[in-house]
Design a protein around this ligand. Structure first.
Ligand code: AMP
Length: 281
């Protein structure tokens, strides 16, 4: 596996592959790989000649009070895992290379960036859309894969590709979970053992709601959200950020819930660790 940190070397490698008419698949990440990332890599490796994974803890998608400095990092470990899971090139640029002095350009996907995580993380999706646009320009992938765990991100990026005519096919990958159901996340590392146990309540809440909607077919969204909220509130060190039921295409809130709608939630554990999860009901 080739490991690169600078933009000119990356561009030169991409140029060589393009000259050889090889297809390129991209997996943008923030690193500290877990099985969720690795499943994305293996998936891309099956679809393309060359697989590029990027690691960039993008400062522009973190708010001032968020966990940018505490975000787990381990490049050496990640490189080994990437190499063993089909990645041909691992690109890990520095923030200064991605955002040189006097950087001025943002990419905004307007409506889909509102609500859900967009409400509690203002500016987050501008940061995501901007850096992913830059990565598309640098890597020029034929396909790029993103996880359904970050459902809103996936929706924002699909729109971005359509609106800005990027010649990239966006592929989504199902959520990869721990054996007990907790969605895999690099942030799980920052959970205390007790919070790790408590965090399972998110998955249980999603399952509970899916079952209810399965039985009743149509229910007021308020009723489900209140029930879930009552289930989560007593859990120690769990602070709900949001619980929302939305149309999976527009991300607009639903009044009456039916199967096929998206239930998404976010909560903080041991004060600072923000976890998200979702399910198509
Ligand atoms: P991150 O490093 O958290 O920015 O994630 C990089 C990519 O991996 C994004 O497309 C995520 O949606 C995806 N991803 C992260 N965790 C999971 C998971 N548990 N299951 C599936 N995809 C995931």
């Amino acid at each position: 596996m080739i490991q690169l940190e600078d933009i000119p070397s990356l561009r030169a490698q991409v140029r060589r592959w393009k000259q050889d008419r090889l297809t390129i698949g991209l997996i943008p990440t923030m690193g500290y790989f877990h099985e969720g990332h690795l499943a994305l890599m293996r998936h891309v490796a099956q679809l393309c000649d060359k697989t590029v994974a990027t690691i960039f803890v993008n400062p522009r998608q973190f708010g001032p009070q968020e966990d940018l400095t505490n975000y787990p990092r381990d490049l050496q470990r990640d490189a080994e895992l990437a190499g063993n899971n089909g990645v041909h090139l691992l690109f890990s640029p520095s923030p200064d290379d991605i955002y040189p002095q006097d950087y001025q350009t943002d990419v905004t996907v307007k409506n889909l960036s509102q609500g859900l995580c967009g409400t509690s993380r203002p500016g987050h999706f501008v940061g995501v859309a901007t850096v992913v646009s830059k990565l598309f320009n640098l890597v020029q992938p034929d396909i790029a894969v993103f996880g359904q765990k970050d459902y809103q991100q996936l929706a924002v990026l699909k729109r971005l590709v359509m609106d800005l005519n990027f010649p990239v096919e966006i592929i989504s990958h199902p959520i990869v979970r721990e054996a007990d159901g907790l969605a895999m996340s690099s942030r799980n590392k920052n959970l205390s053992p007790q919070s790790r146990q408590n965090a399972l309540c998110l998955y249980k809440a999603l399952q509970y709601a899916a079952q209810k909607v399965g039985e009743k077919k149509q229910l007021p969204a308020r009723q489900i959200i209140d029930e879930l909220s009552n289930r989560l509130k007593p859990i120690a060190e769990c602070e709900i950020d949001y619980i929302s039921i939305v149309d999976p295409a527009t991300l607009k809130e639903k009044d009456i819930v039916q199967s096929g709608d998206l239930l998404a939630l976010a909560a903080y554990f041991n004060n600072k660790v923000r976890l998200i999860d979702n399910i198509i009901l």
